[in-house]
Each structure stands twice: as structure tokens, then as C-alpha cells.
Write a protein that binds this ligand. Structure first.
Ligand SMILES: C[S@@+](CC[C@H](N)C(=O)[O-])C[C@H]1O[C@@H](n2cnc3c(N)ncnc32)[C@H](O)[C@@H]1O
Ligand code: SF4
Length: 429
């Protein structure tokens, strides 16, 4: 543990030059922040689920129609606060996540989307998460009518014993039928999420999982190792020490098996965890560097500023009903922090161009990060042709393990605190 802490501090200081990173409960002035912004991303959070999964780190609560109805009005008010700020800036990426967005299919999602399209200059497709149990033919038609063209759903496992252990409310047969219905509906991209390194999961089961998922005919498969976030029920109730905490080597081997199956089936790696059919636009969260996050726990990133809405749905609604901003925490980002954030996401995407870094920051990539490139290249972690840098499968995995040193700890602190306190004084990362 102390070694992880030491490494984390060393890396943070080396990459960001910051001794301490703290988000404070100040509401930043947003006027003028959008000037010169060429394009904007939009994220909308739907914090409702029909059941709560014990391993899930996201901000969510049980769906109640009366709360959802008030949530619709609150989100519309929040959208209005951006109408003058964002002006005519084109929105080139729109993602609806959760929670489970499909809980609100018949209770106001359409109204929120109409409002989004009325206020923002929308120039993009809609990507949305869903739950397999919400994917009846009728609901799939309703999703298409909303204008959603890229749909994702959590399959999570393809063995009944693992679905049961995870507490997922369906069988393999039922989830297979739901995915096949979604595939037949004709979206531009259908993505399924699966989790691996589950307690007691064997390498044979992983191989079977890979083949079964490919057999579903989906456009993209996102395979995540099961993480144990310290503030989830999974962490509190796990009696068996090994539950959800398999070694990084076991995870690597399992991911290696999945990579083998997916590559053989012709899929291409499009991020650390995602494998996509060639020629299909990849299903992913907001893709542009600057974005606004709407809803409870929505996070926004505006170049030199990051801010986060309150996670508490009731407090979020109350704030907007009272004409107050729902922003709970904010952080000014130094140039060095922005650069580190840029690099984090490029490693996640597994490839980048140094010229894009230079366009964004007006500095040569090699001058800032060049000294890290040579040893990584010698280790076989990446190929560097002078401009384009492409991570190998080994590099993708191990660099991401390194990133996780930060992200799991930071996400746990930020989301864990925010789920306990609606308006935290500050959160030190
Ligand atoms: C918002 S959920 C997906 C949509 C929908 N709520 C559902 O459950 O089907 C996002 C995805 O995150 C992944 N996920 C959730 N908790 C995780 C954990 N502890 N470790 C790894 N992946 C996790 C799951 O694959 C899940 O499908
Ligand atoms: S995994 Fe999906 S359904 Fe389960 S609690 Fe998380 S968001 Fe809700």
C-alpha cells in the first residue's frame, strides 16, 4: 500500500508539478469561459436504476416516478443556464449515461432531449446506455424515435452462475434475446459491456465469454475487469478476500485471452477496454476535449476549469428549483494538469498524434513528455513514428495499470465523498 502511495505521489508531481490537488466548494464564474471554443461535448446523467448492483460505483438511486418528474424540470432549468453561455457553439458529441437512462423512457427523457435540441446547437448523433431488461421491442422503437443511434447495454457475464453472483436480474437466455433484438433494430453501433476477473471465473469461461459475445453479432464489446471501489457495497460485504481483487497478472492473462478471440473475429482495439468492428463508428462517451455535464453528478471540463454537480438528486432538484447553481466542487487546472489529463485520455484511446498536442498547447510534445517515450518504446510498450504514437497491447495494459494508480484512488475519493455529502467543503485528491 505504501509503495502505491509513494508511486502515486511521484507520478503526480512529475506529470502535473502539483504538490496537492484539491477541489473546493466554490461556484466558478462561467461567463466568457466558452469564448473561442470551437466545439463542445455534452453529457447527460440519468441517476436512476430499477435495482442497485452491489459492485457499481456510479451515482444512482432507485427509480421513483415522482422524483423523475421533478428531475426533468430541474435538468431543463440547468440546460437553460447554458443557453447564453454556449451560444451557437456546435455540440459535436452527446452522451446519455447513468445509472440507467432507459428508466426514463416513458417519464420525461424525450422532454429533456427536446429541450437539449432547442437550446444547444446540436451537430451530432446520440449515444446512450441502457439496461437489457428495458429492451423490449416496444422500448427499442421508442429509443429509435428519440434519435439514439448508438446504444450500449450491460451484459456483464454469459454464465448464469456469474450473473447470479453479480445480482443481475436476468438469465443468459434472456440477455441474449435482448441483445439480438437490439442488433436487429439497426443502430449504427450496438455495444455490450462485460466484466471479467469475476470471483472464481476460470480461463475457460473467459474464452467461452469471448466467443459467445462475438456470436451475438454486436458492433463493439467493452470488457472491464471487475474493480472493487472502496465505497461500494461490494467492498463492505466481501468476506472472501479474493472477491473482486484478482491480481493484475490474472487480469492481464484474461484480457489476453479476450484480445485473442476478438482479433480473430476481426475486431479492432479502439480503447483500453473496447474492441470494435472495422468501419463502425465506435461507441464511446464524450469525445471532444471540452464538455458540459448535465444532471446530478454531471462533471464539466472547460479548458482550465473542472467542476462537478452535486451527486444528491434531491439537493440537485432543490438547488435548481431555488434558482441556484447545482455545482458542488470546482478545480482550476494549471497548464501542466491539462497536459497530464490530455495524455491520460490519449493512453486510454491507445494512440495519439504529437501534432494534436502541439495544436492544443502550442508546445512540442517531446519537450514536455519526450523523456518518457524512449524507455517505453524500448520496453515494447509503444511505437513512435515521429508523429503518431501507437500503444502495443502490452503497453496499453501496463500503462493503464499505472493510470489506475491514480484513477481508482481519485474516483474513490471524489465520488465516494460526493455520494456521502451533497456539498463537500473540499476534496483533496
Ligand atoms: C452505467 S453501467 C451500464 C448501464 C446499465 N446501468 C446496466 O447496468 O446495464 C456501466 C458499466 O460499467 C461497468 N461497471 C460497473 N461497475 C463496475 C465495476 N465495479 N468494475 C468494472 N466495471 C464496472 C459495467 O460493465 C456496466 O455495464
Ligand atoms: S450497474 Fe447499471 S443497473 Fe446496476 S447499479 Fe450500476 S448503473 Fe444501475
Amino acid at each position: 500500500m505504501w509503495l502505491e502511495g509513494f508511486l502515486r505521489t511521484l507520478l503526480r508531481r512529475s506529470l502535473t508539478k502539483e504538490k496537492r490537488i484539491a477541489l473546493e466548494n466554490t461556484v466558478p464564474l462561467l461567463e466568457g469561459r466558452f469564448e473561442g471554443t470551437e466545439e463542445l461535448g455534452l453529457y447527460l446523467h440519468i441517476p436512476f436504476c430499477r435495482q442497485i448492483c452491489h459492485y457499481c460505483p456510479y451515482n444512482k438511486e432507485i427509480y421513483r416516478p415522482e422524483v423523475a418528474a421533478r428531475y426533468v424540470e430541474a435538468v431543463k432549468k440547468e440546460i437553460d443556464t447554458y443557453s447564453d453561455l454556449a451560444g451557437n457553439t456546435p455540440v459535436t458529441s452527446f452522451y446519455i449515461g447513468g445509472g440507467t437512462p432507459t428508466t426514463m423512457l416513458q417519464s420525461g427523457l424525450e422532454e429533456i432531449l427536446k429541450h437539449v435540441f432547442g437550446v444547444f446547437n446540436m451537430q451530432c448523433d446520440i449515444h446512450m446506455e441502457s439496461h437489457p431488461n428495458d429492451l423490449s421491442s416496444e422500448n427499442l422503437n421508442a429509443i429509435v424515435s428519440l434519435g439514439v443511434e448508438h446504444l450500449s447495454m450491460g451484459v456483464e457475464a454469459v454464465q448464469d452462475r456469474h450473473l447470479e453472483a453479480l445480482g443481475r436480474p436476468y438469465t443468459v437466455m434472456q440477455v441474449t434475446a435482448a441483445v439480438e433484438r437490439a442488433v436487429r433494430t439497426g443502430f449504427k453501433c450496438v455495444n455490450v459491456d462485460v466484466m471479467f476477473a469475476l470471483p472464481g471465473q476460470t480461463y475457460e469461461e473467459i474464452e467461452e465469454t469471448g466467443h459467445d459475445l462475438v456470436g451475438l453479432g454486436v458492433d463493439q464489446i467493452s470488457a472491464y475487469p471487475l474493480f472493487t471501489f472502496p465505497y461500494t457495497k461490494l467492498a463492505r460485504t466481501a468476506k472472501d478476500e479474493s472477491y473482486g481483487s484478482s491480481s493484475v497478472f490474472k487480469r492481464r492473462k484474461m484480457l489476453g485471452i479476450l484480445e485473442g478471440v476478438f482479433y480473430e473475429a476481426g475486431l479492432e482495439r479502439t480503447s483500453v477496454w473496447a474492441f470494435t468492428k472495422p468501419g463502425v463508428p465506435k461507441y464511446c462517451s464524450v469525445t471532444v476535449p471540452l464538455y458540459v455535464g448535465l444532471g446530478a453528478s454531471g462533471g464539466s471540463y472547460l479548458k482550465d476549469l473542472f467542476y462537478l454537480n452535486t451527486f444528491n438528486v434531491e439537493e440537485y432538484i432543490n438547488a435548481l428549483e431555488a434558482g441556484r447553481e447545482p455545482i458542488a466542487l470546482s478545480l482550476d487546472l494549471s497548464e501542466r494538469m491539462q497536459m497530464a489529463g490530455w495524455l491520460y485520455w490519449r493512453i486510454y484511446e491507445t494512440r495519439f498524434r504529437k501534432s494534436d498536442f502541439e495544436k492544443r498547447f502550442g508546445k512540442e510534445f517531446d519537450q514536455v513528455y519526450g523523456r518518457y517515450m524512449k524507455p517505453l518504446s524500448l520496453l515494447g510498450f509503444l511505437e513512435d513514428d515521429g508523429d503518431e504514437v501507437v500503444l502495443s497491447d502490452e503497453g496499453t495494459y501496463w500503462l493503464h495499470v499505472l493510470e489506475d494508480l491514480f484513477s481508482i484512488e481519485y474516483v474513490s475519493k471524489l465520488w465516494g465523498t460526493s455520494q456521502q455529502e451533497p456539498w463537500p467543503e473540499s476534496v483533496v485528491l
